[in-house]
Design a protein around this ligand. Structure first.
Ligand SMILES: Cc1ncc(COP(=O)(O)O)c(C=O)c1O
Length: 399
């Protein structure tokens, strides 16, 4: 079975699970990450959403409005609400899945404190539109959500380099992983000091038990994602046995995971450092598969392929079709698991329906939530496996 996602791990990551911890494992990862992103500071948190929560606190934003996409990971507005601010949603562009900048302009008011400029699925945020917005609204903080994009670039300029700060997620579904965790990067040393201060004050020290848990989790994930075993894993997932690991939200609740304040561990730091070193190789593999899909899947029924935007980093290769459910079932029967990553439009979720930041209609986000499907992309550049995915799609009766 070809899984819909898979952490890209080499024997270096597996070998480090058996090593003794060093005091500077996490600082080394922060340093490697800052260098990789071309930023002065990188601060590691238990989750990307914890990083965003503390970033808003460090920027002194409370009781204000923060603009974010209606079509993004729901944990983003969760962090905004839990920071005692109001998320104001805007619709998306059908071409790149990112936020519609005309709408960002139209909802900006004297209550707007920040914009979460998101590069969804690895598609770079339009930096021309963003810079134009920054010129017109110099008092609004720009926070880049790079959880999917890392160093995606727009016309050659990396997205994380524009704005006040950026945050990233690094769980095992991301381009590079630290098992769980998230980074915040910035060039602003005073902001970095405040983030360190808040982290030291609010995060509980990591325990040896958590470190062992992280090692076992990654080892388990590595085994589970082997093609020969994944069929069994998929059955367990179907029966609901894995909900504890994969259910990341409850549509009726705005909350955080129970361990969102439990510190990261040295093993996470070591894994992250190794992954930083392998980032460019991982990216080459993803781009190769994306190009291959784009060549071979043209003109197939109602299938809309992603616009091949230069500088995209392909955290996911996302197509659109009205036949999502039946296509996914068709592929599964043939040993290919497809994914539906963001299958909701946040303003339509019960927990956000009546919030004051839900103030327009979101037709594109709503359509994307029903029609997006992601194809396996983490195949270590293997076009043999990609061919299996392609032939599965080619045999689907689209019409
Ligand atoms: C677009 C986006 N932003 C932010 C996050 C937050 O990352 P984390 O799960 O580490 O809190 C995610 C997580 O998957 C995401 O997909």
């Amino acid at each position: 079975m070809i899984p819909r996602l898979k952490p890209d791990l080499s024997w270096h990551e597996i070998a480090t699970l058996f090593k003794i911890n060093k005091l500077d494992d996490v600082p080394e990862f922060e340093c490697a990450f800052a260098t990789l992103m071309g930023k002065k500071h990188a601060i590691f948190f238990p989750y990307g959403r914890t990083g965003l929560l503390f970033l808003l606190e460090a920027l002194g934003i409370s009781d204000q409005e923060i603009i974010c996409p209606a079509y993004t990971c729901v944990v983003v507005p969760h962090a905004i609400v839990l920071s005692r601010n109001e998320p104001v949603f805007v619709d998306s562009n059908p071409e790149d899945f990112n936020m519609n900048w005309d709408q960002v302009e139209s909802v900006t008011s004297s209550n707007t404190a920040a914009v979460i400029a998101t590069s969804l699925f690895g598609n770079p945020v339009n930096l021309d539109a963003l810079k134009d917005y920054m010129k017109k609204n110099p008092n609004v903080f720009i926070i880049q959500d790079c959880a999917h994009s890392y160093a995606a670039s727009w016309k050659g300029e990396q997205v994380q380099k524009v704005g006040h700060a950026a945050f990233y997620g690094s769980n095992i579904s991301k381009i590079i992983t630290s098992i769980f965790g998230g980074m915040v990067t910035t060039d602003d040393s005073a902001l970095a000091d405040r983030l360190h201060y808040i982290r030291d004050k609010r995060i509980t020290k990591s325990s040896f038990k958590k470190d062992i848990k992280m090692r076992l989790y990654l080892l388990g994930a590595w085994l589970t994602f082997q093609d020969s075993i994944y069929g069994f894993t998929n059955k367990l997932e179907h029966l609901g046995f894995l909900d504890h690991f994969i259910q990341y939200y409850d549509e009726n609740k705005i909350d955080m995971p129970i361990d969102f304040l439990a510190d990261t561990t040295p093993t996470q730091g070591r894994i992250g450092t190794i992954q930083c070193k392998r980032y460019s190789k991982i990216l080459i593999g993803r781009k190769k598969i994306a190009n291959y899909y784009n060549q071979k899947l043209r003109d197939l029924g109602d299938l809309i392929l992603p616009s091949m935007i230069e500088g995209t980093t392909y955290s996911h290769y996302v197509v659109q079709t009205k036949h999502r459910k039946s296509l996914m079932n068709h592929a599964l029967k043939r040993g290919v698991q497809l994914g539906q990553l963001i299958e909701y439009c946040i303003p339509d979720m019960p927990s956000y329906q009546r919030r004051t930041g839900n103030r327009m209609t979101y037709p594109v986000a709503s359509r994307l939530s029903r029609q997006t499907v992601n194809l396996p992309i983490s195949l270590s550049g293997s076009t043999e496996k990609a061919s299996k995915v392609i032939s599965t799609l080619l045999t689907f009766p689209f019409n």
